[in-house]
Design a protein around this ligand. Structure first.
Ligand code: GLN
Length: 483
């Protein structure tokens, strides 16, 4: 195995190669670090690496392999973690200056589960500050470039997580998705990204943006690896009160079940004006492939879709304004040293520590929650959220999954939308409704444009319907490979 061949390396292959003695976890980790050292200056997907922890784990896996022990599902798999999740002792910045110097004393549950399953944790990945953004350009540490087109954004907020997988700087990564932050970068970088049902994966150790929307999920190179990651990550966690008792699915086992007879809905509201014609054509091809595989294709309606973006930007900012009040210079990271009084210290620390998009959202959210405006904005948004959820529940009475675009356009140019927040918010037009409804969704690569930019297709599944969603994803991926 060479550093070059890492690009397409999958979880499945790693485990097989280590078990058969064709490579070692140590060699694989070293090769990934070499590849990162050589190529990530350009891409900027990693904010920090955790070499010591990674090598200790790799040696442990190699010793197990040598003794011929049964290897856990992620044995020796090099994995990167979005810097919105905490790893014990490693810098946790959420790409913000305000957390500078903070080293959390504990692991996020998702991180801990990966390591327990044998994963080698390479380091922390760049993202938009506090996961607020759609392009990774809101990182205080500089943007990430799209490995598939260096003049373009990788998407956001989990831009580093998507780019690292696409560039072969990790076999898989963890991201977070509040309103599209896993699905959109996955589509822009040509990798698989899963938004699990709210409550499916523990949020413990995730630096909160909007707690009723935040979710943790994997990025992988193919659908099977996504199923493997989901099996490891899913399940009840006593440390997150919103994590579900619902037993985790047998995602791998069910992956190759025939999809014949499954009903696939096409929500007409997701195919209106503004959708790039090449993306539309790619999705029509996906629908034809699913039909050929025996699925029944059915038009459906999600009538409140057009309210999803404004509803999301009221609820997400309201929750953010509350969550981010904890960053006051007292407990974590940055503190202004010159301030003369406590309130002066709060003000100066927050002014210096937060970037402009984060400040904008704190202001918007505080306004929406303020006396006199609460009923008009926050309460109304919560009511519309219920209507959006009911749209999905009604559609799922008729169909098993829904197919939609992930984004209105392929990856846009760096700097193209930074001057216009509303334009940037409209990027989320196809992703935020599923976030508000709490259902599962994912992005699967489905070809590329004439300019060789990746295109992704979005699958929406029922609450805890990950197994069926992944099964459809597998069918789409297989059809792509054979065409
Ligand atoms: N782009 C959306 C936002 O800026 C979603 C971000 C996310 O999912 N974390 O809020």
């Amino acid at each position: 195995m060479t550093a070059e061949s890492l690009k397409d390396l999958t979880i499945d292959e790693v485990r097989g190669a280590i078990a058969a003695g064709r490579t070692t976890a140590t060699a694989l980790a070293e090769m990934h670090y070499e590849r990162i050292a050589a190529g990530d200056k350009e891409i900027h997907s990693y904010l920090s690496v955790s070499r010591e922890r990674a090598m200790t784990q790799a040696e442990k896996i190699d010793a197990m392999a040598q003794r011929g022990e049964l290897l856990p599902p992620l044995a020796g798999v090099p994995i990167g973690i979005k810097d919105a999740l905490v790893m014990r002792g490693a810098p946790a910045t959420a790409s913000s200056l305000i957390l500078k110097g903070y080293r959390p004393p504990y692991d996020a549950t998702a991180v801990e589960r990966l390591e327990r399953a044998g994963a080698v944790l390479l380091g922390k990945l760049n993202c938009d500050e506090f996961a607020m953004g759609s392009s990774n350009e809101n990182s205080a540490y500089g943007p990430v470039k799209n490995p598939r087109a260096l003049d373009r954004v990788p998407g956001g907020s989990s831009g580093g997580s998507a780019a690292a997988v696409a560039a072969g700087f990790a076999v898989a990564t963890l991201g977070t998705d509040t309103g599209g932050s896993i699905r959109q970068p996955a589509a822009f970088c040509g990798v698989v990204g899963v938004l699990p049902t709210y409550g499916r994966i523990s949020r413990y150790g995730l630096i909160a943006f909007a707690s009723s929307l935040d979710r943790v999920g994997p990025f992988t190179k193919n659908v099977k690896d996504a199923a493997t990651m989901m099996e490891v990550l899913a399940g009840r966690d006593a440390l997150d009160a919103t994590s579900s008792e619902e037993p985790a699915g047998r995602y791998l086992e069910e992956l190759d079940r025939p999809v014949e007879g499954l009903r696939v809905g096409v929500p007409q509201e997701y195919f209106g004006e503004g959708l790039d014609p090449e993306i539309r054509a790619a999705i029509e091809k996906v629908l034809a492939d699913l039909k050929a595989a025996g699925c029944l294709i059915k038009p459906v309606s999600l009538p409140h879709t057009r309210y999803a973006v404004p509803t999301y930007y009221v609820i997400a900012t309201a929750e953010a304004s509350s969550n981010l009040s904890r960053f006051d210079g007292v407990r974590f990271g940055l503190r202004d040293a010159e301030a003369k009084s406590l309130s002066d210290m709060y003000r100066k620390t927050r002014d210096a520590g937060f970037g402009s998009e984060v400040k904008r959202r704190i202001l918007l959210g505080t306004y929406a929650l303020s006396a006199g405006y609460y009923d008009a904005y926050y309460k109304k948004a919560q009511q519309v959220r219920t209507l959006l959820t009911r749209d999905f529940l009604a559609a799922f009475e008729e169909v098993d999954v829904l197919i939609a675009p992930v984004t209105p356009t392929p990856a846009f140019k760096l700097g193209e939308k930074t001057d216009d927040p509303v334009k940037m918010y409209l990027e989320d037009i196809y992703s935020v409704a599923a976030s508000l409804a709490g259902i599962c969704a994912m992005s699967v690569p489905c070809g590329q444009t004439r300019d060789s930019l990746p295109v992704g297709v979005q699958i929406f599944g029922r609450h805890f319907g990950e197994a069926t969603m992944l099964q459809i994803a597998q069918t789409i991926e297989s059809a792509q490979q054979s065409s």
